[in-house]
Design a protein around this ligand. Structure first.
Ligand SMILES: NC(=O)c1ccc[n+]([C@@H]2O[C@H](COP(=O)([O-])OP(=O)(O)OC[C@H]3O[C@@H](n4cnc5c(N)ncnc54)[C@H](O)[C@@H]3O)[C@@H](O)[C@H]2O)c1
Length: 286
């Protein structure tokens, strides 16, 4: 298996919110990046978001102009899966759907060198199930970045049933090379973070729907009452309501009724009100 010292090029599949962030952080930490999505317009949207994020880091003096330019130059966008053949590690960040992820891992297993690690950024889905789509389950691991990736320090390393110890160590080392701090979770639904976070978000939505308080009061109450930076409704908008619903449904299916998604969460997703990314969720955004 390839070691950390042998990593020059990071492949990222999915140029959305998380994939773009993972590509950016890999590039600002000196790696070449191949960023793949299914349509050119999604690749370009991902690259545009990275551009603005790098601009913001320059404006806030977290990065020099040169560092931002170098990072931009290191990222190549593509729609071709075959371009990932040059990657020394791939991190998958496509939609939270087992069928889509399985298909992506089958293709990755074919096109990439069999010595490399294939990581998934899944929020809740089983690493063991995703790994079983490949001929190298011992080299498949969860590297669960937090949102937004350039800002959040934490990364959850998820240990599938067949993940080798060497792969787990590699995943910690790679995340640390991106400036992150890690913790570990077994491959149980929702891992550590979402198992606890999703019921909190759903209870916040139910409290709003059942008239316990105005949405701003619920968010303010949790922020000032428990010293968290965002309340449950704000955080749901930030994550994406579709992602919250997919995650809640997986937890509900796997762990039973205490994880049932809030009624209003389902209705909002059906209405296409997905949070910041669509300009409207529980709140409205420019
Ligand atoms: N949003 C969060 O807060 C958050 C946090 C941690 C982990 N995650 C996880 O990260 C993953 C991505 O979430 P996101 O918020 O970036 O979603 P997103 O909707 O912003 O982006 C998903 C991207 O995947 C692309 N895609 C779909 N099928 C593809 C394929 N076959 N090949 C390549 N690209 C494909 C889509 O076109 C889209 O650009 C999910 O598994 C999610 O659960 C999300």
């Amino acid at each position: 298996m390839r070691t950390l010292d042998e990593i020059d090029t990071v492949g990222v599949v999915g140029a959305g919110n998380m994939g773009g962030g993972i590509a950016q952080v890999s590039a600002t930490n000196g790696y070449d990046v191949i960023l793949r999505d299914i349509e050119t317009e999604y690749v370009e949207a991902g690259l545009d978001t990275i551009d603005s994020s790098l601009d913001q880091l320059v404006s806030s003096n977290h990065l020099s102009e040169d560092e931002a330019d170098n990072a931009r130059d290191r990222i190549t966008g593509t729609t071709a899966m075959d371009d990932l053949a040059d990657a020394d590690i791939v991190v998958e960040a496509v939609v939270e759907n087992m069928d889509v992820k399985t298909e992506v891992f089958e293709s990755l297993d074919e096109v990439t060198d069999n010595e490399i690690v294939l990581a998934t950024n899944t929020s809740t889905l089983s690493i063991t199930s995703i790994a079983s789509a490949t001929e190298r389950p011992e080299q498949v691991v969860g590297i669960h970045f937090m949102n937004p990736v350039p800002i959040m320090e934490g990364v959850e390393i998820v240990d599938g049933e067949r993940t080798a110890e060497q792969t787990i160590e590699f995943a910690h080392g790679f995340s640390e090379a991106l400036g992150k701090t890690t913790w570990e979770s077994d491959d149980k639904p929702g891992f550590v973070v979402n198992r606890v976070l999703m019921p909190w978000i759903n209870e916040g939505i139910r409290a709003y729907d059942e008239g316990v308080g105005e949405k701003a009061d619920i968010d303010q109450g949790l922020k000032l009452g428990t010293n968290v930076p965002m309340g449950p409704l704000e955080l749901a908008d930030h994550i994406g309501l579709d992602i919250c619903l997919d995650a809640s449904e997986t937890l509900h299916e796997e762990l039973g009724d205490r994880y049932k998604p809030a009624y209003l969460l389902k209705r909002k997703v059906e209405a296409g009100e997905l949070g910041k990314k669509t300009g409207k969720g529980f709140y409205e955004y420019d």
